[in-house]
Design a protein. Structure first.
Length: 183
């Protein structure tokens, strides 16, 4: 198994393998599968201002918070420096939004303290969600979650974003609807 040494979470390589298997399983048994992508906003400023050791401690605590927040069947991955992915089998986009909001609130309410230095840090996170569609590959599922995440990062608000199938505008009354305006 591929493990991120700093956080103890599965790494990006494990995600690639696991996502293939979960997509095949979701299609075979016809259950929903969603991906939540999490980015720690302006995290590089933490490392630049307080040092990489402090940044590492924050990442380790984030991993701990994620482990305590998601279900036992969900898988958490460190996807990049300050980016994480949660693979959520049997979770639709509606339930994914609920879970993502719970994650966001727990991260943003946590006060990260650094022993012996007296630092008290708070972080903000942007989250994007995508639900498996019949046309998805592992790459497109992640791309859509990433697009949703960056749409929220650029908007700077606290709402979790859901990316529609074509990454176009979403039905604001039903954010989980598939945008079918292909014509």
């Amino acid at each position: 198994m591929h493990i991120d040494q700093l956080t103890g979470l599965r790494n990006r390589r494990a995600l690639e393998t696991d996502l293939q298997k979960e997509i095949a399983r979701a299609r075979r048994y016809q259950f929903p599968l969603s991906v939540i992508m999490i980015n720690l906003d302006k995290f590089r400023e933490v490392s630049d201002s307080y040092g990489h050791k402090i940044g590492d401690e924050v990442l380790q605590k984030v991993a701990e918070i994620l482990r305590r927040t998601v279900r036992e069947v969900d898988c958490i991955y460190r996807y990049g420096d300050e980016k994480f992915v949660v693979l959520t089998p049997h979770i639709s986009c509606v339930d994914g939004i609920t879970l993502a909001e719970r994650i966001r609130k727990k991260l943003e309410r946590h006060i990260f303290t650094v022993r012996r230095r007296g630092y008290r840090l708070m972080i903000k996170a942007s989250l994007g969600i995508s639900e498996l569609d019949i046309r998805d590959t592992p790459a497109t599922l992640l791309i859509r979650a990433n697009r949703a995440l960056y749409r929220k990062t650029s908007e700077g608000n606290k709402v979790v974003a859901l990316c529609s199938i074509d990454s176009g505008p979403m039905d604001t009354k039903n954010p989980c609807s598939k945008n079918t305006s292909d014509a």
